[in-house]
Design a protein. Structure first.
Length: 133
């Protein structure tokens, strides 16, 4: 089953933010990074999650195991709702994207197990901040 790891990096809260995805299909790794604007850290994680699913869909992934170090996202998805109005648009975007997959599992992992996506997001943020000076 394809695996998706994602993370976001934010300078300040809110602040300039980037996201990264690592999508593993069979033994092949796909890396994606993107500048996502000025966001708070939780919103940046949601955007990273949505963009990761979009990339997986572009790669024709039908069933995915998604790993996140965000308890907020895992809890929202397990409960199938979010109370926070700021995150509702992201949750609705997930529900729409979810229909493009046969199955999506989301599992929380400790930050230490999400190093690759974290390092990609941090590197993308450093490059963005350096370029914008």
């Amino acid at each position: 089953m394809p695996q998706i790891y994602f993370d976001a990096a934010t300078k300040g809260n809110p602040g300039e933010s980037t996201c990264a995805s690592v999508i593993i299909i069979d033994n092949e790794r796909y890396h994606f990074t993107e500048y996502i604007g000025s966001l708070d850290n939780h919103s940046a994680e949601w955007v990273a999650f949505i963009k990761s699913l979009e990339k997986a869909h572009e790669l024709d992934v039908k069933t995915a195991l998604v790993y996140t170090d965000s308890k907020l996202i895992e809890d929202s998805l397990n409960k199938r709702f979010t109370k926070n109005t700021l995150f509702k648009p992201y949750f609705e975007a997930f529900k729409e994207l979810e229909t493009k997959f046969d199955l999506v599992f989301v599992k929380w992992i400790p930050r230490a197990k999400n190093k690759e996506a974290n390092q990609l997001a941090q590197t993308a943020l450093r490059k963005h901040l350096k370029k914008s000076k």
